[in-house]
Structures are given as C-alpha cells and as structure tokens.
Design a protein around this ligand. Structure first.
Ligand SMILES: Cc1cc2nc3c(=O)[nH]c(=O)nc-3n(C[C@H](O)[C@H](O)[C@H](O)COP(=O)(O)OP(=O)(O)OC[C@H]3O[C@@H](n4cnc5c(N)ncnc54)[C@H](O)[C@@H]3O)c2cc1C
Length: 381
C-alpha cells in the first residue's frame, strides 16, 4: 500500500493549486457576491486542460487518472465551491455520460468540445416531483418517426442555463417504471422547445447557475438517444456513482480551505494576551478538523483506486461522498467558531465555506439516501 502521489499526480496538484491561488482565490468572494457564471475562469481552465481532466486525449481530454482528477477538483473547490460544481457537473456527469455510454459519433461530436472546454455540459435528471425518487420523473420522450418529442421539465440543473450540451433523462415508456427511462443529448441552441425558466437563488454554490428547464414539444433527432431505450436509469446510477468521488473531492477542498483559514486566524488573533491557537480548546478543534480531512481524503482515494482497478465501488463512493460531505460542513462550522464574531460576517470567507459545504449533503444523493445505499450493500449476501 503506497499513499505517495506519483510524480505526475504531484505535478497536476501543484499546477492546479498555483492556478487556484493566483486566479480563483482572489476573485472567490466576488463570484460569491455576484453569483455570475465565471466564463473567463472557465476559459482559462479549458486552456490548462482542466475541463476534460479524466477523458482520453483522443476525445480532447487530458488523460488523467481518477486520483489526479479528484485532486484537481479538490484544488478548484478549495478556491471556489461554485466553480467546483461547474466542473463536477460538466465532467463527472455530462461528460461521463457521453464517454461511458455514447457511441463513437456522439463522442466525436459532443464529448470532444466538452473535454476541450469549448462547450459547457449539464446533466438533467431531477424534477420538482422526482429528486431522490428518480423513477417518479414525469418528463416524457415520445417516438414520432425518426424523432423524439420531449415534454416536461427539470429542476436544479447545475450549469443548466449556460450549457451547450445537456444529457437529459425522460420516459420513453411511462408504464415501465425505471426500465422506461432513456437518456438523450440536448443542444439548447439548436433544439426548439428548450426553455430556461429561470435560475435559483441559493444559500451558496454561487457562480454555478442552478436552472429550471422546460421542454415544450422539443424535437430531438433519434441519433441523440444515448445507448438503447430503457437504459437511462442504470446509466444515471453508474454516472452518479463516479460523480460521488468528485463531490467527495469538493467536500475535501472546501474543508481544507476552511481549515487553513481558521489555522491562520488562530495564529494571528490574540485574546487574553496570547494567540487563541494556544488555548487548548482551539488547538483541539484544529486537530479534529485536520484528522477528519485526512480521513475523508483517504476514503476519496480509496474509491478512486477501486474505480481505476475496475472493481465494484458503489459502497466506497457512497462512503467517501457521505463522509467528506459531513466533514466539510463540520469543519466549516468549526472554522466560523474559531473566528468568533468575525466568522459570522462577510469580512472573512469562513461563512462562505459553510454555505458552500452544506450543498454536498444534498446533491448527487442526499446523506440519508447514501446511508440507504451503504446499508443495502452491507446487508447484501
Ligand atoms: C444546488 C443544487 C444543484 C443540483 N444540481 C443538479 C444537477 O446538476 N442535476 C440534477 O439532476 N439534479 C441536481 N440537483 C438535485 C439534487 O440531486 C436533489 O435535490 C437531490 O437528489 C434531493 O432531491 P430532492 O431535493 O427532491 O429531495 P427529496 O428527495 O424530496 O428529499 C427530501 C428529504 O427526504 C429524504 N429522503 C428522500 N427519500 C428518502 C429515502 N428513501 N430514505 C430516507 N430519506 C429520504 C432526503 O434525504 C431529504 O432529507 C441539484 C440540487 C441542488 C440543491
């Protein structure tokens, strides 16, 4: 067992960390305040190959292993939680749907521009009445000659209002439960009947637009079907499974940002004639924060390792995402506590880390649903 990063992995980490420190950290509170999609930063990330990290070079990607991708996303999220979601939804969800399940033509036409960062991707699964309960979705795609006619709507779609390519889930056989769900490629600019209803005002995760989408008799050519009819539910579960490793990375990144900021503050802030870090209660908080971050990081890499080896990793990805999500919220909470009153104001980023961290416990499987997943895996004989 070797916990050391390879030379290439360390190089990726250093490159992304330098970019984040120079370009993202200085504008992170502005992104948080303005809540606008950071298109310039995304273009810079595309130039560095960060919008297609895990995809092979022949599909426009950087050809990185999943450890490196997780490290990259951790660093990006350390700078901005919203930017972390932009990249995770683009790569882990939209991009991976095409990479894992698209045919060669679809990969060339839609994955390559995503991986090169010329296009932005989104993944549209959730609906107003179907969040955790995916098969309850009401969006339909009815075959009409050589087209599908899509009607319905999606909610909370990260990048949904800025995306060039969206992987969409709809029922082609509404009577068949989860076996009646299929997935499609949507091109908002080309497809009449695609409507952005608006974007959410959120607690955190600013900069990543979370959109409500509607489809009114939206016609899709049949070659936009991904895989076969009826395969959408399994595709979604497999894609979310891989995605959970990167939400763990977002959790670790935000937790590290909260920890590092709190540690520096504990060294500087003096009360009763000494730095507050010298009080045992503050020192112990920092010790617990770092210990939890180390454990979450190991779970993240364990899940990535199993994925790379081609082993079953449903439980590992769920545990990594569950634990890192809760750790990010706990560490960010303690970060505010260490800052005292200042932590509750916008003068310090501690409160932003807390707002950004909370989302990890909700999307790509709530913590409750992940505990169900882990429990089911444990009881499987
Ligand atoms: C900022 C943001 C970005 C998002 N991005 C995307 C995206 O890009 N694409 C996309 O498709 N979706 C996205 N989502 C949707 C997200 O995945 C859902 O919000 C999530 O799956 C939970 O669904 P829900 O909100 O309907 O909650 P519900 O499913 O209604 O859950 C409500 C509560 O009940 C609990 N619960 C539900 N079912 C069970 C159960 N079986 N056992 C125990 N407890 C249960 C939940 O854990 C939760 O506490 C995003 C959401 C947010 C907030």
């Amino acid at each position: 067992m070797d916990f050391t990063l390879s030379a290439e992995q360390a190089q990726i980490r250093d490159m992304v960390a330098e970019f984040v420190d120079e370009e993202v950290v200085p504008v992170a509170s502005e992104i948080d305040h303005d809540d606008e999609f950071p298109r310039d930063l995304v273009s810079e990330m595309a130039e560095l190959g960060l919008m297609g990290m895990p995809f092979p070079e022949k599909y426009g990607g950087a050809g990185l292993d999943y450890h490196s991708y997780a490290i990259g996303l951790e660093e990006i999220s350390r700078g901005s939680g919203g930017l972390g979601t932009v990249v995770a939804a683009h790569i882990s969800l939209a991009g991976n749907m095409l990479y894992e399940f698209g045919d060669e033509d679809q990969k060339q036409e839609y994955l390559v521009p995503l991986a090169e960062g010329r296009d932005i991707g989104a993944f549209a699964l959730s609906e107003a009445g179907a969040g955790s309960d995916v098969p309850a979705m009401a969006t339909t795609a009815e075959k009409d000659g050589d087209e599908y006619v899509v009607n319905g709507g999606k909610l909370w779609i990260s990048n949904g209002s800025v995306a060039d390519t969206i992987t969409l889930f709809a029922k082609t056989d509404p009577e068949a439960g989860n076996k009646g769900i299929s997935s499609f490629i949507v091109r908002p600019e080309e497809d009449d009947g695609f409507i952005v209803e608006g974007t959410e005002e959120k607690l955190g995760d600013k900069g990543c637009p979370t959109a409500e989408l509607r489809f009114d008799d939206m016609r899709l050519p049949e070659d936009r079907l991904i895989g076969e009819e009826g395969e959408g539910f399994v595709q979604a579960l497999k894609t979310l499974n891989g995605g959970r490793i990167t939400i763990a990375a977002r959790g670790v990144g935000i937790a590290r940002a909260a920890f590092e900021e709190a540690r520096d503050y504990a060294n500087e802030r003096e009360q009763f004639g000494q730095p507050i870090g010298e009080f045992q209660s503050i020192k112990h908080k920092l010790a617990d924060m770092d210990t939890k971050i180390q454990a979450a990081t190991l779970l993240m890499h364990k899940a990535a390792d199993k994925k790379i080896r081609g082993e079953e990793y449903i439980k590992d990805a769920a545990q990594a995402k569950l634990y890192a999500s809760e750790v990010s919220r706990e560490v960010a909470n303690e970060g505010i506590q260490i800052h005292g009153g200042y932590g509750y104001t916008k003068d310090f980023p501690a409160e932003r880390f807390y707002r950004d961290a909370k989302l990890n416990e909700i999307y790509e499987g709530t913590s409750e649903v992940l505990r169900n997943t882990i429990g089911d895996q444990l009881l499987e004989t």
